[in-house]
Design a protein around this ligand. Structure first.
Ligand code: HAM
Length: 426
């Protein structure tokens, strides 16, 4: 076997016990915040029909699909959770109590170009609200993101959420440069999402490409890019009509954020459009305030995804929050807690004759929900004591011939060094 075969595939991770403890600590927070916001957990298969993900708007995520043919089926590892959850909602659309509040913690696969905080598999916490058309849902989600950041120990100001509205952009473009071709809106969003990454000139080049789907004139393309520079709602309002519903939604959304106590952590930024085609309304992304990392989470309203998948339209809004960028931020801020191996007691039989008594005491302690290791093999007492100390156990139970005969165990508290005897038949 080659050395390469013995490595995890590039961009994927092994989780050793210490890595796994961090992962579970983070996931426990995802779950605890979700429950505090009254969301229910769901799950779906990691492998789906590839067609569920192959949209035609030119999104990167479609080119990054891990997919394969098997028994005449074209299957793919999910790159994101949203289409799977949409499929599940559609299957129960008539019977679900709406609004439905669902969350997932799932592994996703994207053949990405890797940078800090971006790999080819990652876990995502998703929270989605189905069946609620009002921005009260968006505000609830932003509230939950900050509840998570608080729980992880991040300070207010460490993370900023940037918000825009695709609906606002669409309203302006439909009255202007896209008046004749509204269908170009989705591919246009995918192109302008790259603005921060590739800069204005390449974006203008793609918007004006005569053989592309968008085909704007140079002046129109420059006008679109100029619209994206608005940094306040009032500035954005200058491009919108006075009675714009999208603008009214944004204003209400910001007012609601006040009630969640997070209004000052959220800024309007017209350049946030997101790189997924299905968003239709408010969109948002969270970034570290230092601006050194990629997006911590992203989401928005996507009211027509179920319709695109062949069902009736169901209003929906949600976000995906990855495990990697937040991991980097916790590392930078030295906020990862010490996570010792979960172990309470070690039970050591000095000889094989005493092993049944050691197993019996371990079983009794396990029955009391203590986490107990029975020492396997026959190490020397000194080695067993040193191991117990290193492993972080709080007590070691020793049973030698003398103890077994008297029906007791010698119990040593590893922090204080104090010893006492416990009755094995108690
Ligand atoms: P997304 O922006 O593609 O949205 O991903 C959401 C988050 O997942 C990102 O902000 C990042 O934290 C993490 N993420 C994405 N790709 C990678 C990667 N290659 N490596 C590490 N982390 C990554 C979605 O996936 C939408 N489905 C979210 C959503 C849910 N929208 C509505 N509901």
């Amino acid at each position: 076997m080659s050395k390469k075969t013995l490595q995890p595939p590039r961009g994927t991770r092994d989780f050793y016990p210490e890595d796994f403890r961090r992962r579970e600590w983070l996931f426990d927070h995802f779950r605890s915040v979700s429950h505090r916001f009254a969301f229910e957990e769901v799950d779906a298969p990691m492998v789906e029909h590839a067609e569920l993900f192959t949209r035609k708007a030119g999104e990167e995520i479609v080119d990054q699909l891990y997919h394969f043919e098997m028994h005449d089926r074209h299957l793919a590892l999910r790159p994101e959770m949203t289409p799977s959850v949409a499929r599940m909602v559609m299957a129960r659309a008539g019977a679900l109590r709406m609004p439905a509040r669902w969350f997932t913690v799932s592994q996703n696969w994207r053949y990405e170009r890797m940078t800090r905080g971006r790999k080819r598999e990652h876990f995502q916490w998703n929270m989605d609200i189905w069946g609620e058309p009002e921005v009260t849902a968006e505000a609830e989600l932003i509230g939950s993101i900050f509840a998570l950041l608080d729980a992880l120990g991040l300070a207010r100001g460490d993370v900023k959420v940037r918000v825009n509205s695709r609906a606002l952009l669409e309203e302006s473009l439909r009255e202007g440069v896209l008046a004749q071709r509204p269908e170009a809106f989705e591919p246009l969003c995918i192109v302008i999402d790259k603005l921060a990454k590739i800069g204005p000139d390449p974006v203008i080049e793609q918007l004006t490409n005569p053989s592309g789907e968008i085909g704007l004139s140079e002046d129109s393309a420059r006008e679109v890019v100029a619209m994206l520079s608005a940094q306040t709602l009032d500035e954005a309002a200058t491009h919108a009509s006075a009675n714009s519903p999208a603008l009214a939604d944004l204003r209400r959304f910001f007012d609601l954020l006040d009630a969640y106590g997070v209004r000052d952590q959220v800024v309007f930024d017209a350049s946030v459009v997101r790189g997924l085609a299905y968003y239709t309304g408010i969109v948002f992304e969270a970034f570290d305030a230092g601006g050194t990392l990629r997006s911590i989470c992203g989401g928005g309203r996507y009211d027509s995804l179920t319709e695109k998948l062949g069902g009736k339209a169901i209003p929906a809004v949600g976000f995906g929050f990855g495990d990697m960028v937040i991991g980097e931020l916790l590392e930078d801020k030295q906020l990862w807690p010490d996570l010792p191996r979960p172990l309470d007691d070690i039970v050591f039989a000095l000889g094989e004759t005493e092993r049944p008594a050691a197993i019996a005491v371990a079983q009794r302690l396990r029955g009391e929900s203590r986490r107990v290791e029975v020492v396997l093999g026959q190490p020397k007492l000194k080695r067993a004591m040193a191991d117990a100390d290193r492993a972080g156990a709080s007590r070691i139970w020793l049973i030698g011939p003398d103890e077994a005969q008297r029906g007791v165990a010698r119990v040593k508290d590893l922090a204080s060094g104090e010893e006492h005897e416990e009755d094995l038949n108690a």
